[in-house]
Ligand binder design. Structure first.
Ligand code: ZN
Length: 147
């Protein structure tokens, strides 16, 4: 397993944990060169679901794209990279344990919103307002009331 940060070939497993369902093994690894930490998931022959967009086209699930949109929503907010990574991990874990082969992009957006709501309300509203492209003012007011 190569380090995703520096591409070093040697990493050490710091922690191994099975998901609640027991079908996904999550390993926390530490790079022996740059000392950064990352997480890997192991599951027998089951990959992350394909994302189905509103127009019906399909795209591979891309964690880096998801991270970029979360970082955009979290711009200038007091939230650490570790918190974003942890949220991304929770989302991926959910997708892996669901076992779904396809995932509507709207559902993915809901998962991101749920995580953002937990870590930063401002980022949540930013993301939601772009994501949902509000139908009317009432919907927006409702959202503000919810948080
Ligand atoms: Zn490294």
């Amino acid at each position: 397993m190569r380090c995703p940060f520096c591409n070093h070939g040697e990493t050490q497993v710091a922690e191994t944990r099975e998901s609640d369902e027991g079908d996904v093994v999550r390993r926390r690894r530490r790079c022996l060169s740059c000392d950064k930490r990352f997480t890997t998931y192991e599951r027998a022959e089951i990959a992350l679901p394909v994302v189905v967009k509103k127009d019906g086209t399909r795209a591979d699930f891309d964690p880096s794209k998801l991270r970029a949109s979360m970082q955009l929503a979290l711009r200038k907010r007091p939230v650490s990279i570790e918190q974003i990574d942890a949220a991304l991990e929770r989302i991926q874990e959910k997708l892996l344990t669901s076992g779904a082969r396809e995932l509507p992009s709207t559902k993915l957006g809901e998962l991101v919103m749920r995580e953002l709501k937990k870590i930063d309300k401002v980022a949540y509203v930013r993301f939601a307002s772009v994501y949902r492209s509000f139908e009317d003012v009432d919907e927006f007011r409702q959202l503000i009331r919810d948080i």
